[in-house]
Design a protein around this ligand. Structure first.
Ligand SMILES: Cc1cc2nc3c(=O)[nH]c(=O)nc-3n(C[C@H](O)[C@H](O)[C@H](O)COP(=O)(O)O)c2cc1C
Length: 179
């Protein structure tokens, strides 16, 4: 099962993340958990989230980039769900061997994520904290899916990006079945 943890603080005004989600949500064996709908008061149900994670083989963290990282509720989700004795530490093996795809949109375009650009670093410089969170829990990290320039991409570009994400998930599911 593919588990999409969707974390958009304003899902109703989302364009790009909504397009990515819309492109994958009808895939078979895929479950979506939209954190800001489920937990508007940030009271994350760790048991429900862990049960969903246990059912999954691939976890997708899908969200817009906020201040170079995950939106606040996904950070809260990390803190509450990925507990010692379950996700890491002694007996904490629940996520061992599961796979993880970080799928994000950024407001800034690719040029902004260069040494000379507004954000002064390649976007990959902002990945290690999230990547290590996954790896600390024994998850296998996939090459992130990044859509830059979320507000300026044209509709065809957005549709193409959404199709690319769908293809990645379909490929994962096909390879998983073949194993
Ligand atoms: C509080 C806040 C922080 C943001 N931080 C960043 C950032 O660090 N880097 C960036 O490229 N875009 C940043 N953005 C822009 C969002 O990433 C962008 O609006 C989003 O990816 C668009 O996706 P959507 O159409 O699904 O809302 C930020 C936006 C907000 C509201």
């Amino acid at each position: 099962m593919i588990l999409v943890i969707h974390a958009h603080p304003y899902p109703r005004s989302s364009r790009s993340t909504a397009a990515l989600l819309g492109a994958v949500r009808d895939l078979p064996e895929l479950e979506v958990r939209s954190l800001y709908d489920l937990y508007p008061d940030f009271d994350v149900d760790a048991g429900a989230e862990r049960a969903a994670l246990e059912r999954s083989g691939l976890v997708v963290w899908l969200h817009p980039i906020y201040w170079y990282t995950v939106p606040a509720l996904l950070k809260q989700w990390f803190e509450v769900v990925l507990a010692k004795g379950w996700a890491y530490g002694e007996g904490g093996t629940a996520l061992q061997g599961k796979e993880c795809l970080w799928a994000v949109t950024t407001g800034a375009d690719e040029d902004a994520y260069t040494e000379q650009g507004k954000h002064a670093h390649d976007f990959s410089a902002f990945a290690p904290v999230v990547k290590q969170t996954a790896r600390f829990c024994g998850m296998r990290w996939h090459e992130p899916f990044v859509l830059h320039g979320a507000h300026i991409v044209t509709e065809p570009q957005l549709a193409a990006a959404a199709a690319r994400l769908r293809e990645r998930l379909e490929r994962w599911a096909a390879q998983r079945q073949a194993r």
